[in-house]
Design a protein around this ligand. Structure first.
Ligand code: CO
Length: 136
């Protein structure tokens, strides 16, 4: 059902400091930077091999990533798996009784369609499924 790992989401306090680490020290090329207002984050996507790292900085303390940072501090926030058909994957997860955060896909960065599975259903790992936009 799931394809390869699309990206690891990393919650950060300071996007530019993190960019210095990932882009300059670790040498990952930046492929995209976008503010997703409805999710309350500014995100930077970097290439690493065939996958990505997604740096997430909150737009304010009362956003999901802002609350995550206050609770746990910076670090790995979620793991995202690529799927060819997110509607089929969500239907299969619902049929299996899996607890979801998103019952229907929302628009992620670069026009992808994404949905989150509740970490209570996945052993504490916040899990995202991603159907990339055409051409990505
Ligand atoms: Co993500």
């Amino acid at each position: 059902m799931l394809g390869r790992i699309d990206h690891i989401g990393v919650a950060v306090e300071d996007l530019d400091a993190s960019l210095a680490l990932y882009a300059e020290t670790l040498g990952m090329p930046v492929v995209h930077r976008e503010t997703v207002t409805e999710q309350g984050v500014e995100a930077i996507l970097l290439d690493v091999g065939e996958g990505h790292v997604e740096l997430l900085a909150p737009l304010g303390p009362e956003t999901p990533v802002g609350r995550y940072l206050a609770r746990k501090g910076p670090g790995i926030h979620h793991v995202a798996y690529q799927v060819p058909d997110i509607d089929a994957t969500l239907a299969a997860l619902k049929a299996a009784g899996t607890r979801l955060i998103d019952e229907t896909p929302r628009i992620g960065i670069r026009g992808s369609r994404v949905a989150f599975v509740h970490p209570a259903a996945t052993g504490g790992v916040l899990t995202e499924i991603v159907q990339p936009a055409e051409g990505h």
